[in-house]
Write a protein that binds this ligand. Structure first.
Ligand SMILES: NC(=O)c1ccc[n+]([C@@H]2O[C@H](COP(=O)([O-])OP(=O)(O)OC[C@H]3O[C@@H](n4cnc5c(N)ncnc54)[C@H](OP(=O)(O)O)[C@@H]3O)[C@@H](O)[C@H]2O)c1
Length: 269
């Protein structure tokens, strides 16, 4: 479906660039199908150079005749960017990745009946290991979800959920990489404290994290059961777990997600 679509990417920062390069790397989209924009000329020129796609500061020009408009600006810039598109009665599919911006708000910015989707990707999309959740607005159909899935599938896993979950998804899988980087750094600190060189400790932790995540995804077993496999009675792992529990690791992590999700919901207000 993507092969014959004209795609406008409005906002070419961290996420806009990741999506554009994913589309191009997938081989389903040719550079001439993509028109990107940025706020400043300097950013636009850099993106055009790096991705070999047309990238300017002219939103209306980029969106003219587009079948798919992907809004990749910060939440506070969504209304202004949408206003500058002038897509009128053309009614392309509008796909927004902005945290906290509802489909109802987006629908109000475009011609009545314009199909709108929200998507919440994350930065590991850069290496094809992302997690993207999609949610439909009032006029979006399963065909629109299928098209958006084509956009994000080359970047990792894609899942559709009801919109009511999108702020939670933002606090969990979109903010989550930052939480995991802190955990990786902290675990490596433990190794460094015991005498490992920093780079070795970081490699051990990162590969271990990758393996543990794959175990959860591929076995489908509950993380608690997988944890039990590692904990020999009276052994070193249960000793370490008790030290973590003394620091309230579970509630600290869960509250981190809850807080990020709450703030995500406030970004659009
Ligand atoms: N970063 C994440 O991990 C992540 C994950 C999921 C979703 N998101 C969502 O993705 C969106 C973008 O985040 P980001 O991290 O990619 O932000 P970013 O790096 O700051 O990029 C924003 C881009 O928007 C451009 N821009 C600003 N106003 C514009 C306008 N009126 N017209 C056209 N372009 C405009 C900026 O241009 P200049 O460079 O010229 O200023 C920049 O290229 C946000 O809404 C965020 O909620 C982010």
């Amino acid at each position: 479906m993507l092969a014959d679509k004209r795609i406008a990417i409005i906002g070419s920062g961290t996420m806009g660039r990741i999506i554009a390069s994913g589309l191009l790397k997938s081989g389903k989209v040719k550079p001439e199908q993509v028109r990107a924009t940025a706020r400043t000329k300097a950013s636009a020129e850099k993106v055009a150079r790096e991705l070999s796609v047309a990238c300017t500061t002219a939103n209306a020009e980029a969106a003219e005749g587009a079948d798919l408009v992907i809004l990749c600006v910060k939440p506070k810039d969504v209304a202004k960017a949408a206003d500058s598109l002038h897509v009128g009665g053309n009614r392309p599919l509008v796909l927004s990745i902005a945290a906290g911006i509802s489909t109802a708000f987006l629908e109000g910015l475009f011609e009545a009946g314009t199909p709108v989707l929200r998507a919440m990707p994350n930065t590991p999309c850069l290496i094809g290991k992302g997690m993207t959740v999609l949610a439909k607005g009032n006029h979006a159909t399963d065909d629109h979800i299928a098209l958006a899935t084509e956009v994000f599938a080359p970047l990792g896993r894609v899942l559709e959920l009801e919109e009511k979950h999108m702020d939670t998804v933002t606090g969990l899988s979109a903010s989550g990489p930052a939480f995991i980087y802190i955990i990786i750094e902290a675990l490596a600190d433990g190794g460094v404290m015991r005498g490992l060189p920093r780079n070795v400790a970081t490699t051990l932790v990162a590969q271990m994290t990758l393996g543990a995540a794959e175990m959860v995804l591929t076995t489908g077993r509950h993380p608690a059961a997988l944890k039990d496999d590692v904990t020999t009675p009276a052994g070193c792992t249960i000793a370490g777990i008790l030290a973590l529990e003394d620091g309230r690791i579970r509630s600290v992590l869960a509250r981190g997600v809850e807080t990020a999700a709450r703030v995500a919901g406030e970004l659009g207000k």
